[in-house]
Design a protein around this ligand. Structure first.
Ligand code: PAF
Length: 305
């Protein structure tokens, strides 16, 4: 089989045996493997994960698999954008050496019945509104880690709860994987990049800006001394409601345990502000760790925030 050396033409792998073999050969040469799991429909956010993996490892493996077990019965599994030829070109441009794009039966062979559950962390935020979602994520990521073997794996902070779940499962299951968190990538107007942004009409995209605007406002209010959970949440909710975003949650939570804080509490250190809401039929999420992350609208002129 070809070796994993040429980022201008990434090696396309479709079976677990091929992925395992290619990653083993990289390590046998004394080199390190960087893993970037994705569901495809790649955008600049994913490319930044691949570039982060390239800085921390010798050979970047991107995986592209729309994982059925993380979608609920009324979610967008069927319409989730699938565009492998375009994704392969983007992987080449971002410097991936190999792309693993398995079939559903390769990842979930006939008769399989094992699921990975991370308890506690998955009770809150998206876990509350999407039952089974994180079990699906944890299961497929554990399979990918098992197939790739020792590696550095890069995940975006946009899916903050997912990142925490994956850090926890790697640690709890003693997997030889170093999980790296990469910053959220935003469009020029502040919208966090997401494959689901492709579903938004022009008007909906404008509405969606309320998420980053709300986070930015709360971040600036925090920087000027506001510590009340109720006050910070009210600021964000006002933005979301004014833009007719159907709010699923606007939660202030411990950035490690993800335990929500009550409105009566005061923030005592860096704290997660996480948002989920629907613009039309599109579910969007965004977040900021108050007191730690930069202003999501840092690149916009003051008057445009
Ligand atoms: O973030 C994603 O794209 C997916 O949840 C992941 C981590 C690739 C698992 O399917």
């Amino acid at each position: 089989m070809a070796s994993v050396t040429d980022p201008s033409a990434p090696l396309l792998l479709t079976t677990v045996a091929e992925l395992r073999g290619a990653a083993d050969r990289v390590r046998a040469e004394g080199l390190t493997v960087g893993l970037v799991p994705t569901m495809g429909a790649l955008h600049e956010g994913h490319l930044s994960l691949m570039r982060a993996a390239a800085r921390r490892s010798d050979r970047v493996f991107t995986t592209i698999f729309v994982n059925p077990t993380q979608f609920g019965p009324n979610e967008d599994l069927e319409k989730y954008p699938r565009q492998l030829p375009r994704d392969l070109e983007l992987c080449a441009r971002a410097g991936a050496h190999a792309v693993f794009a398995p079939s559903r039966s390769e990842m979930y062979p006939e008769g399989e019945s094992t699921r990975v559950t991370v308890s506690g962390l998955t009770d809150h935020l998206c876990g509350a509104g999407r039952p089974g979602h994180f079990q699906g994520v944890a299961t497929v990521v554990t399979k990918l880690f098992a197939a790739a073997g020792p590696c550095v794996a890069v995940f975006g902070k946009k899916d903050y709860q997912q990142l925490k779940v994956i850090e926890r499962l790697a640690r709890d299951l003693l997997l030889p994987v170093q999980v790296i968190a990469a910053p959220i990538v935003r469009a020029d107007d502040g919208l966090a990049l997401s494959s689901r942004n492709a579903y938004l009409s022009g008007a909906e995209r404008n509405q969606a800006l309320a998420l980053s605007r709300g986070l930015s406002l709360a971040g600036r209010r925090y920087a000027s001394g506001e510590r009340s959970v109720a006050a910070l949440r009210a600021l964000v909710l006002e933005q979301l409601e004014a833009a007719s975003v159907r709010v699923e949650y606007a939660t202030i939570a411990d950035p490690e345990t993800l335990e929500p804080l009550n409105d009566s509490e005061l923030l005592a250190g860096p704290t997660l502000l996480a948002l989920a809401g629907f613009v039309g039929n599109t579910r969007l999420i965004d977040n900021l760790v108050l007191g730690r992350d930069p202003d999501p609208l840092a690149t916009l002129p003051e008057g445009a925030k």
